[in-house]
Design a binder for this molecule. Structure first.
Ligand code: ATP
Ligand code: MG
Length: 199
């Protein structure tokens, strides 16, 4: 019998900072879809966010994700987009993962807010061809539309109303991040002096 094709989750994000919403999504998608590996891929230049606000240095965001997944089975922080450099497009990332793992089945993990805007992605047809969309529910996001023609796996997770936007505001005015952000990532924030500039 030939071995089962690897099943790999590609979970892209800015992760500025990474939080329990991301991690609960990651472990539950991995479990529900029986994935061998789930890669949290730190965007180098998130094209949808530049211009609107200052995005933390990619190395700082990668350090936080690395600390957050340490010791968690099957979850990996990925430097793929950072090492590629330039603007981060999921189409290129999926192609790179597919080239690394020939024959693997790929799952592109998104929250419902992102799933609803996927039509705006660069070379979205390539994304649709390369991966099944794994969609997790997210508080405040309407159920996504416009996914006709996609292979979709909806994964129900405990609803956590946590966002990086809110966490940056909390950090900037000194409110606690505890139990919203993993302890290792909080240590990174302290050690690197992140999100404190407006305090
Ligand atoms: P920001 O507020 O800066 O946009 P964010 O909390 O939305 O940050 P991102 O890095 O933008 O985090 O999100 C990466 C991915 O994680 C997206 O697909 C997003 O939908 C998903 N996600 C983020 N937070 C949650 C959450 N609380 N529950 C489910 N999915 C989430
Ligand atoms: Mg977001």
């Amino acid at each position: 019998m030939s071995p089962r094709a690897a099943r790999i989750g590609v979970f892209g994000g800015t992760f500025d900072p990474v939080h329990l919403g991301h991690l609960v999504a990651a472990v539950n998608v991995r479990h529900s879809l029986d994935l061998d590996r789930l890669l949290l891929i730190v965007a180098n230049v998130p094209w949808q966010k530049v211009g609107g606000r200052v995005v933390s240095d990619a190395e700082d965001r990668f350090a936080m994700v690395t600390a957050a997944v340490e010791g968690v089975d099957g979850l990996e922080a990925s430097r793929l987009e950072i090492d590629r450099g330039g603007t981060s497009y999921t189409a290129d990332t999926l192609a790179a993962v597919a080239a690394d793992e020939p024959g693997a089945e790929l799952f592109c993990v998104v929250g419902e807010d992102v799933a609803g805007t996927i039509g705006t992605w660069e070379r979205v047809e390539e994304v649709r061809r390369l991966a099944t969309l794994a969609v997790v529910n997210r508080p405040g996001a309407p159920p996504p539309t416009g996914l006709d023609g996609w292979r979709v796996a909806q994964v129900e997770i405990p609803a956590l109303a946590i966002s990086s936007t809110d966490l940056r505001a909390r950090a900037a005015d000194g409110r606690p991040l505890d139990y919203l952000v993993p302890a290792g990532a909080i240590r990174c924030i302290r050690d690197r002096g992140l999100y404190a500039e407006t305090r």
